[in-house]
Write a protein that binds this ligand. Sequence first.
Ligand code: ADP
Ligand code: ADP
Length: 263
Amino acid sequence: MGVVKRIDYDVAVISGQERVGASSMAEQILRNIGPIVLLGPPGAGKGTQSKRITEHYRIPQVSTGDLLREHVKQGTALGIQVREVIARGELVPDHLVCDIVAWRLREPDAQRGFILDGFPRTETQAVWLDSFLKFEFFDNGIWAAWLPIVLRIQVDYNKLLLRITGRRTCPVDGTIYNIYSNPPRVDEICDKDGARLVIRDDDREEVIRERLDTYERQTKPVADYYQRLGRLVVVNGDQPVDDVTACILKEIEDKAFSVNGSK
Ligand code: ADP
Ligand code: ADP
């Protein structure tokens, strides 16, 4: 792909949110984890698992869906540009998403590693990510290795609809619930902060089908790309949340610490 174009300055402002605590002494002695990529169809559990990995390793979750929704909510120039695309369940153009990711990954809290959730979603994004990681983190001497650990969460297509239609999210802290498999203690209310849970605009049945089709057409090739390079690990997402987390952490432990030590 060509050079990623610069977009509005407001990307920088939003990308600074969701930071993991600044560089404390404790953080200085934590090990480098490196980049982790979570792939999988809508509803596979990427957001749920990312939040757990974030807490475990104290590295940030970088969700392009969350970043884009924040732009829409704040009515930035980018948000206005992408609102309709997201509402239709289609993908936002590659150069816009790559630019948001570049801004976010340059933040100080991402220098030990990060989890990419919902990115890359096209082969163009995957190729861009490889060259970005190599240039920013390896050539610049931050990490001894730069290849992302790529985990695909696999869930049967028929179960995804129920997962997505049952999804409820806390607008304050981002906790993800499911009215069937993981309901809050009080209907529609977040257990942690008492906020009223919301249903995402694009979690309507007609849009969900479009998103699942988009995934089949455009994001499956991303998994094929990593598979061809021998870098894809498949995790069974059709088991209790804790078990999925255990499988993911095991894969990370096996891979990350053998390659991504500090330089
Ligand atoms: P994604 O980010 O891949 O779209 P989410 O993490 O938002 O997926 O999960 C989609 C829905 O499925 C949420 O309602 C979540 O609570 C539920 N969910 C996530 N993981 C599991 C699981 N292992 N078993 C049952 N439900 C799950
Ligand atoms: P889900 O959690 O259901 O997989 P996301 O929250 O990741 O969905 O994404 C919501 C929407 O944001 C997508 O349907 C798409 O319109 C847009 N989007 C998110 N990430 C990307 C990306 N990497 N490339 C293009 N569009 C994206």
